[in-house]
Design a protein around this ligand. Structure first.
Ligand code: GLU
Length: 446
C-alpha cells in the first residue's frame, strides 16, 4: 500500500502575448505527467503585470489549449490580478516576521519597494531532469518581492499560488532555473512545502538561439502554425518529442501514447531544436491519415473554378497531385491566384522559344511533333491508354525530350509540372487541343 500524495501540476501562462510554442511544450509535459498519474492539471493566469496582460491573450491561450485537446481540471480559473488581498496578507506577515522589509528606492518610479531578507545560503534542490542543482543565493542580494504592499511581483505570487493550489510538481522551462532558489527561500519563509522541480530544456531555433518573439517573430506563436493548416495531432507529436527521447525508433505518438510513455528520465538536458521540416513531416503523416479516413475532401480545398467542367476522376487526380506536394492543409487550397496551378484554368503565356527542347532549333520539327499528338487526340473513341502508348512509341522513335517537352510546355507553360499525360487528362481533349494549336502558331513565328 502506498500513500503517495496525488500529483498536481500546473500551467501558469502570463497573458502578455499569444500562446508561444515553447509554452505549449511545457503545458503538454505537465499534462502528460498529471494524466499518467491520475493527478490534477491546473491552468492559472499569471496576470500580475497589469500593463502587459490582456484579455485577448488569455482567450487566445485558453482557446488554443482547447484546440490542442489539452483539458484542465480546475473549474475556476485563478487570476492573480484578483488576489491582491491574499498576497497582501502574506506580505504583511513576512514583514512582521522580519523576513522582508520595506526599503526606500532611489531608482525607478517607486519610492519604496518590499525586499526579501536574503539569508545568503546555498540551496540545493533535486531536479527531475537535471539532478541535484546547487545555487548560492548570496549573489541575489535582498531581492524585490513587491513594488508596494498591493503590487507583489512574480516571485512571491508564484510561490503563494503554488502553495495554495497544492502544486506537487513544478515543471517549467529551464529559463526559470535561476528563479528557483528565490522561490525556495520564499517557501521556507512562509512555511510552504517545497514542490518537486523539473526544468525542461529550452526550445531553440535552428541556429541554437533561444526561440524568442523578438528574434523569430510570429514563428514562435501557435497561431502561426494553426493558421497555416498544421493539425493539432502533428503539433502535439512534434512538441512532445522536443527534448524527449522515446528510446526507440517510433516517431508517431498520440496524446494517449505520450501519457503512457512520459518519463522524466527520457528528457534530455541540452536545448531542443525546433526543426520546422520535421514538423512538416509529422503534419503530412497526419494529413495522410485524414485522407485515408476520407476526411480530406477536394471540394473543401480546390476552388470551384478548378472543379467545374471536370469529372470526378479528374478532380481526384488533381487533388492527389496537389496533396503529394503539400505539407499543410493550406497547401491544399488552390485558388485562381495560385501561380503553381492557375495554368489549369488559364491558358499559359510564354515565349515561343521555350517550346524547343534543349539544344534544338527546328521549330518545324517541333510543330510536327505537336501535330502528331493533336491528331491522336482528335481520334474519336481512343482510350487514354492507347493515346499514351502511341505518343510514347512516337516519342521513343523521335527523341523523348523533343516530343514530350514541347507537349508539356504547350499544356502548362511551366518548367516544372506534372507529366504531359496527366496534363492531357486534367485539361481534357478540347483545352489540350486549343493549347497545342496556340503552341503551333507561336512556333510559326520563329
Ligand atoms: N508565468 C510564468 C511564465 O509564463 C510561469 C513560470 C512558472 O512556471 O513558474 O513564464
Amino acid at each position: 500500500m502506498t500513500n503517495k500524495k496525488p500529483i498536481v501540476t500546473r500551467f501558469p501562462p502570463s497573458p502578455t502575448g499569444p500562446l508561444h510554442v515553447g509554452n505549449v511544450r511545457t503545458a503538454l509535459f505537465n499534462y502528460f505527467f498529471a494524466r499518467q498519474n491520475q493527478g490534477t492539471f491546473i491552468v492559472r493566469i499569471e496576470d500580475t503585470d497589469k500593463a502587459r496582460s490582456k484579455k485577448e491573450y488569455e482567450d487566445n491561450m485558453l482557446n488554443n489549449l482547447k484546440w490542442l485537446g489539452i483539458s484542465y481540471d480546475n473549474e475556476v480559473l485563478l487570476h492573480q490580478s484578483t488576489r491582491t488581498p491574499i498576497y497582501k496578507k502574506y506580505l504583511e506577515k513576512l514583514i512582521a516576521d522580519g523576513k522582508a522589509y520595506v526599503s526606500p528606492e532611489t531608482e525607478g518610479e517607486n519610492k519604496e519597494v518590499v525586499r526579501f531578507k536574503n539569508p545568503n545560503i546555498k540551496i540545493t534542490f533535486a531536479d527531475l531532469v537535471r539532478g541535484d542543482v546547487t545555487i548560492d543565493t548570496t549573489d541575489l542580494g535582498d531581492f524585490i518581492i513587491a513594488r508596494n504592499i498591493y503590487e507583489p511581483v512574480y516571485h512571491l505570487v508564484v510561490v503563494i499560488d503554488d502553495f495554495e493550489q497544492g502544486i506537487t510538481h513544478v515543471i517549467r522551462g529551464e529559463d526559470h532555473i535561476s528563479n528557483t532558489p528565490r522561490h525556495i527561500l520564499i517557501q521556507e519563509a512562509i512555511g510552504a512545502p517545497r514542490p518537486i522541480y523539473a526544468h525542461l530544456p529550452l526550445v531553440l531555433a535552428p541556429d541554437r538561439s533561444k526561440l524568442s518573439k523578438r528574434k523569430h517573430g510570429e514563428m514562435v506563436s501557435l497561431d502561426y502554425y494553426k493558421e497555416l493548416g498544421y493539425l493539432p495531432e502533428a503539433i502535439i507529436n512534434f512538441l512532445g518529442l522536443l527534448g524527449f527521447n522515446s528510446g526507440n525508433d517510433q516517431e508517431l505518438f498520440s496524446m494517449a501514447d505520450f501519457i503512457k510513455i512520459f518519463d522524466f528520465n527520457k528528457i534530455q538536458k541540452g536545448g531542443a531544436i525546433f526543426n520546422i521540416e520535421k514538423l512538416k513531416w509529422f503534419n503530412k503523416e497526419y494529413m495522410k491519415k485524414l485522407y485515408a479516413e476520407g476526411k480530406l475532401r477536394p471540394e473543401n480545398y480546390l476552388a470551384e473554378v478548378f472543379r467545374k467542367n471536370r469529372t470526378e476522376e479528374q478532380i481526384k487526380t488533381l487533388f492527389l497531385l496537389v496533396f503529394e506536394r503539400a505539407s499543410t492543409l493550406n497547401d491544399l487550397k488552390i485558388t485562381e491566384e495560385n501561380p503553381e496551378w492557375n495554368f489549369l484554368i488559364k491558358n499559359p503565356e510564354y515565349e515561343a522559344t521555350r517550346l524547343l527542347w534543349k539544344g534544338e532549333s527546328d521549330a518545324k520539327q517541333t510543330q510536327k511533333h505537336l501535330s502528331f499528338v493533336a491528331e491522336k487526340l482528335q481520334k474519336k473513341g481512343a482510350s487514354k491508354e492507347e493515346l499514351k502508348e502511341s505518343v510514347m512509341k512516337y516519342a521513343e522513335a523521335k527523341g523523348k525530350g523533343s516530343v514530350l517537352w514541347p507537349l508539356r510546355y504547350a499544356l502548362s507553360g511551366k518548367e516544372k509540372s506534372p507529366d504531359p499525360f496527366t496534363l492531357l487528362n486534367l485539361l481534357g481533349n478540347e483545352k489540350s487541343l486549343e493549347r497545342i494549336q496556340i503552341a503551333k502558331t507561336k512556333l510559326s513565328s520563329l
